[in-house]
Ligand binder design. Structure first.
Ligand code: HEC
Length: 143
């Protein structure tokens, strides 16, 4: 059967459009907000989903966590990235009395469980997660 030229062109275009859609659906997975996901899963229990320090776990802590949305305000309007990174990583805080978990250690344990025998860069895995969390917290800062 021979279709008129315009109809054939339209069919071809339609086919390409469909193929492009299928390709797009396969190559572009829904954007994952890694920082938000990590925060909701690991931090919200204490810090609260809105990071204001009212998570359900707070009653078990010696002192409630600070409002994480005020960190920029308390630092002259600048997000204290290095401080936040260190607070999350937990490096240098090896003394007792800390309720905040040491996420640097926690994430390196998780990386080891995840990769098992596959070679991987533990420091990069830990850093990527802490940076994603810091970036998410930066977005939550009160202006
Ligand atoms: C078991 C409860 C708990 C969990 C879970 C927790 N935190 Fe904390 N966090 C605290 C407490 C309590 C503090 C206050 C300081 C302290 O005790 O060391 C704190 C302090 C902090 C600070 C420093 C705040 C400041 O004003 O300097 C940051 C940043 C932070 N937490 C981020 C996180 C992130 C990100 C996660 C998840 C990966 C997390 N916390 C998980 C309890 C928790």
């Amino acid at each position: 059967m021979l279709l008129p030229t315009t109809a054939r062109r339209a069919t071809t275009l339609l086919l390409f459009a469909t193929l492009a859609q299928v390709a797009a659906a396969q190559t572009a997975p829904a954007r994952v907000d890694l920082g938000k996901r990590e925060f909701d899963n690991n931090c919200a229990a204490c810090h609260g989903r809105d990071a204001r320090g009212n998570g359900p776990f707070v009653e078990f802590l010696r002192r409630g966590p600070a409002d994480l949305t005020q960190m920029s305000r308390r630092n002259g309007g600048v997000f204290p990235l290095a401080q936040v990174f260190e607070a999350i990583e937990g490096a240098g805080s090896g003394h007792g009395g800390r309720d905040m978990p040491i996420w640097g250690t926690e994430y390196s344990v998780r990386a080891a469980e995840y990769y098992m025998d596959t070679p991987y860069d533990s420091a990069a895995y830990v850093r990527a997660r802490i940076l994603a969390l810091a970036e998410y917290l930066n977005r939550l800062q009160a202006r």
